[in-house]
Ligand binder design. Structure first.
Ligand code: ADP
Length: 447
């Protein structure tokens, strides 16, 4: 097992990783920018190292500084959390070259899954169902037209290097295709320095369903069921639940087994998420995330497993603590992402939290780095916490969520909590009846 883990992140996820390390008896090193001197993960870590000024590129994305912090502290492993350097293959390579373990997959797997065309090709070869589309990048407009007519309009033009929904354009008819291609190429070139694009069938009312997988890096892999993350705004997840209200046990088992089998074939190491769009009973792979996800606690709630413990075990070469047969699903869980944002306009609302009270009781979990008197800096994302509730049934879970939302108090800044209070009283949400467009339509209607 590792002696000392450096946590290359901030906010709630830094605290989440720190908790797992403490439980395993591993010493922790926090790194932080000057904007995060008073952050909870810094206060609770055994050691802390300041790695630079507030902008992320100078601190949380600054590989030489993080490496220096490893050397100074003698850390033998790094947990990257999510975001920042968590899917940076070069970072994983550099750590390995310095004999520091990267708590995540191999650099090669990060690279393959980071390129959407390559990821889709790999997924397909491993037996994962993918969205019908071009075999690879489309460089020629006439060829794009042939592919589009073959799969049928509407089609989606997507950037190979894409992320955050950028470089994506829908062509509803043949007349729209050439403009969609040129705008997607231009956006992708400007945003990612790579203008390769490919075509996919555009699914009109899908749900977003993702499968949590874990591999030991030696050919054993398990799946931990799915999460339904269809409630999104601008491609950002807002509410996640497990299990999906749209799947039955047979569908769940089938897609889970396909994913676990693919990861075993790949000899994947660590935690991963295989994201699908789901429409008319079919799954369509869209991407794989080679890291821990924000929404991992809903999976922890229904499996009773600590995903960060598993990540650390696997990185240390100890293998997974469970076999597939030992993974049991229990009840239902929902996570609400609490952002420091205006609940209507979603404008960021940094500033000081003047009063804070966390909800508690059976089946309620809050993962957050904030405390009363804490000042949310304006430099990073606006996620300040996650409220996760667990119940025996989805209905019990909804009741508990309503109760927890009544209890939580965050004063001094605007938060998205009122949005959840509204959502929970909405018949479609109560019935689990929503697709990836539902939330934006609901918000547009409420405006
Ligand atoms: P990114 O990495 O940019 O987030 P994804 O491939 O994960 O890109 O897609 C982001 C979102 O775009 C999906 O969650 C979904 O809402 C939408 N999307 C992607 N592919 C399709 C498709 N073929 N049909 C319809 N919507 C899609």
């Amino acid at each position: 097992m590792f002696n000392k883990v450096l946590i290359a992140n901030r906010g709630e996820i830094a605290l989440r990783v720190l908790r797992a390390c403490k439980e395993l008896g591993i010493a922790t090193v926090a790194v932080h920018s000057t904007a995060d001197n008073a952050a909870m993960h810094v206060r609770l870590a055994d050691e802390s190292v300041c790695i630079g000024p507030p902008p992320a590129r100078d601190s949380y994305l600054n590989i030489p500084q993080i490496l220096a912090a490893c050397e100074i502290s003698g850390a033998d492993a790094v947990h990257p959390g999510y975001g920042f350097l968590s899917e940076n293959a070069r970072f994983a390579d550099i750590l390995e070259a310095h004999n520091i373990a990267f708590i995540g997959p191999t650099a090669e797997h990060i690279r393959v899954m980071g390129d959407k065309i390559e990821a889709k090709r790999t997924a397909k070869a491993l037996g994962i169902p993918v969205v019908p589309g071009s075999a690879g990048a489309v460089t020629d407009d006439a060829e794009a037209m042939r592919v589009a007519q073959d799969i049928g309009f509407p089609v989606l033009v997507k950037a190979s290097a894409g992320g955050g929904g950028r470089g994506m354009k829908v062509a509803h008819t043949a007349a729209d295709l050439s403009l969609a291609l040129s705008t997607a190429r231009a956006e992708a070139g400007a945003a990612f320095g790579d203008d390769a694009v490919y075509l996919e069938k555009y699914l009109s009312k899908p749900r977003h369903i993702e499968v949590q997988v874990f591999g030991d890096g030696k050919g054993k892999a398990v799946h931990l069921g799915e999460r339904d993350c269809s409630l999104q705004r601008r491609h950002q997840k807002v509410w996640e639940e497990a299990r999906s209200p749209a799947l039955d046990d047979a569908q769940r088992r089938r897609i889970g087994e396909i994913c676990a089998d693919a990861m075993a074939q790949m000899k994947y190491r660590g935690a991963g998420t295989i994201e699908f769009l789901y429409e008319n009973g079919e799954f369509y792979f869209i991407e794989m995330n080679t890291r821990l996800q924000v929404e991992h606690p809903v999976t922890e709630a229904i499996t009773g497993l600590d995903l960060v413990h598993e990540q650390i075990r696997v990185a240390a070469g100890l293998g997974l603590s469970v076999t597939q047969d030992e993974v049991k699903f229990n009840g239902h869980a929902i996570e609400c992402r609490i952002n420091a944002e205006d609940p209507r306009t979603f404008a960021p609302s940094p500033g000081q939290i003047s009063y804070y009270h966390a909800p508690g009781g059976l089946g309620v979990r809050v993962d957050s780095g904030v405390y009363q008197g804490y000042t949310i800096p304006p430099f990073y994302d606006s996620l300040i916490g996650k409220l996760i509730v667990h119940g025996r049934t989805r209905n019990e879970c909804l009741m508990r969520l309503r109760r927890a939302l009544d209890e939580i108090i965050v004063d001094g800044v605007k938060t998205t909590l009122p949005l959840f209070q509204d959502l929970i009283d909405t018949p479609d949400i109560q019935a689990g009846n929503y697709d990836i467009h539902w939330l934006e339509q609901y918000l547009a209607a409420a405006a």
